[in-house]
Design a protein around this ligand. Structure first.
Ligand SMILES: *Cc1c(COP(=O)(O)O)cnc(C)c1O
Length: 480
């Protein structure tokens, strides 16, 4: 029976409920490949299905669960699906799903040392693993797990500003390329910078931040009496996977005494592969580095991470000492993570990272990441051999951009944009694959981010065939 006033189920009910939840999740993992990755529904449809007044009276938990399984989950895209190619997918893994369930089940407070010394220690240990992987100083370095890359970038920029500018940032200027992720601009806005304090540096034909233009911008700002304080480089742009020239930017930061932040939210994980670590050379020179374990480190949402060269930069930025927390201050080696970032109450994110690495082993992660990089290269050579496709940006850190442009037809640029937009629309309508467009150098292109280790070359071939069939049919239509 429901013990309503204490918000409890009895023991048998808890078990029944719990087993069903696990059965549902396992069934989803087992049959996902047979499901469609895409859904679409309008606000009206969702209102009809889901809108109710606050339920005053209880409902049997079984009915509530059935409702959720049948009416809620079917109306979500599955970013874990092997044919989910768009944005940056979140392939996830079952061990971490269970770890998240455990962390929530015990409702561990992961804010301060006293609340859970073990949770804090596991976060310290996991952060140290990451520091080592990225060649950051293990002893002096530090970091924190966040809800995602956006929060990691925000945390980094607060820290950079505090360290470089103190309280007066009226003349501070920050630099990033036109391919930098939008979360950086959002963070800058949250921080209260004016638009005039941001320099968007153009990229070269390979979508890399143009160094000469960066240097010119810094020199000009200095001449005008402004105070350059930070450069944000991308280690894997979301659009093309491009890595900015990290070593050169590091040199500029050193000469000009600027903070070097690298946004490696999606691409950073590639350090675990041979090809990736080649491309990411210089990443160890950052003062702060964002990575996003809920992308290419296969963690379920939400989990981002910020690493810094010196852990004191975080505590100097985020420590406040209110009287109600004084009894839980530990000694200096005992980290209170609420002193290293924005959140006080934090869920136990480290657990999933720790458990999945321990269960599968680092080598499994290395193989999964290398597999995706190789797969994307295979897709590139497939596209280059085909009369239908044109590669617009080559396979880089498991991202590739291409467009339908069959030889023998001389479509105008405008027609090509319309055709490729339309192919994506038809693919989405078919619900067979999640494949949307992006715009590169004014061209509408199809973009695949192939970081799911369960995506096979056959999955991609099937999707390309589907696209070609849509493309061919379109040729007979009037495109204007
Ligand atoms: C995804 C991404 C972000 C934002 O991370 P969230 O986890 O979505 O908040 C930031 N930068 C880059 C390069 C990304 O790919």
């Amino acid at each position: 029976m429901l013990n309503a006033h204490t918000l409890q189920l009895d023991k048998e009910e808890m078990k029944q409920f719990g087993y069903q939840v696990i059965d549902t999740i396992v069934d989803h993992f087992d049959t996902e490949r047979l499901k469609k990755p895409v859904t679409t529904a309008s606000r009206e449809e969702m209102e009809l299905l889901l809108k109710i007044e606050v339920p005053e009276k209880p409902t049997n938990y079984q009915d509530v669960l059935d409702f959720v399984v049948n009416k809620v989950f079917p109306y979500s895209d599955f970013f874990t699906h092997p044919k989910s190619y768009s944005f940056v997918p979140g392939p996830s893994n079952y061990v971490s799903v269970m770890a998240d369930t455990l962390a929530t089940g015990y409702n561990i407070f992961s804010g301060g040392w006293a609340g859970s010394p073990a949770a804090s220690e596991l976060e310290i240990v996991s952060i140290q693993w990451l520091l080592k992987l990225f060649n950051f100083p293990e002893k002096k370095g530090g970091g924190i797990f966040t809800s995602g890359g956006s929060m990691a970038n925000l945390t980094a920029l607060v820290t950079a500003r505090r360290h470089q500018c103190g309280d007066d940032f009226s003349k501070a200027i920050i630099y990033m390329s036109d391919q930098a992720h939008s979360s950086n601009i959002k963070a800058i806005r949250v921080l209260g910078f004016k638009k005039e304090q941001v320099r968007i540096i153009p990229t070269d034909i390979e979508f890399k931040m143009a160094n000469n233009k960066l240097k010119n911008a810094i020199a000009k700002d200095k001449l005008e009496g402004l105070k350059p304080f930070c450069i944000i480089a991308s280690a894997g742009t979301t659009n093309t996977g491009t890595v900015d020239p990290l070593n050169e930017i590091a040199t500029i930061c050193k000469t000009e005494k600027l903070w070097f932040h690298i946004d490696g939210a999606y691409g950073g994980a590639a350090i675990l592969s041979k090809k990736g670590s080649q491309l990411l050379k210089g990443i160890e020179k950052a003062d702060s580095l964002t990575i996003d374990p809920h992308k290419w480190l296969f963690q379920p949402y939400e989990m981002g991470c910020l690493l810094v060269k010196n852990h004191k930069w975080l505590s100097e930025t985020f420590s406040e000492k209110p009287e109600y927390l004084r009894d839980i201050e530990g000694n200096t080696s005992e980290i209170n993570f609420y002193d290293h970032g924005i959140q006080l109450t934090r869920r136990f994110r480290a657990l999933k990272f720790y458990m999945s690495l321990k269960t599968f082993g680092l080598n499994a992660f290395k193989k999964a990441i290398s597999y995706s990089i190789d797969l994307t290269e295979e897709v590139e050579s497939l596209l280059r051999k085909s009369p239908y496709w044109e590669v617009i940006s080559p396979a880089t850190l498991a991202v590739i951009n291409f467009r339908y442009n069959p030889i023998g037809k001389s479509y105008t640029e405008k027609e090509l944009d319309l055709i490729n937009q339309s192919i994506s629309k038809k693919v989405i309508e078919s619900r067979e694959a999640l494949l949307v467009t992006t715009v590169l150098q004014n061209q509408v292109v199809l973009r695949m981010c192939l970081i799911n280790p369960r995506t096979t070359i056959d999955d991609v071939k099937e999707t390309l065939l589907l696209c070609e069939s849509f493309g061919e049919k379109l040729e007979f239509n009037d495109l204007t």
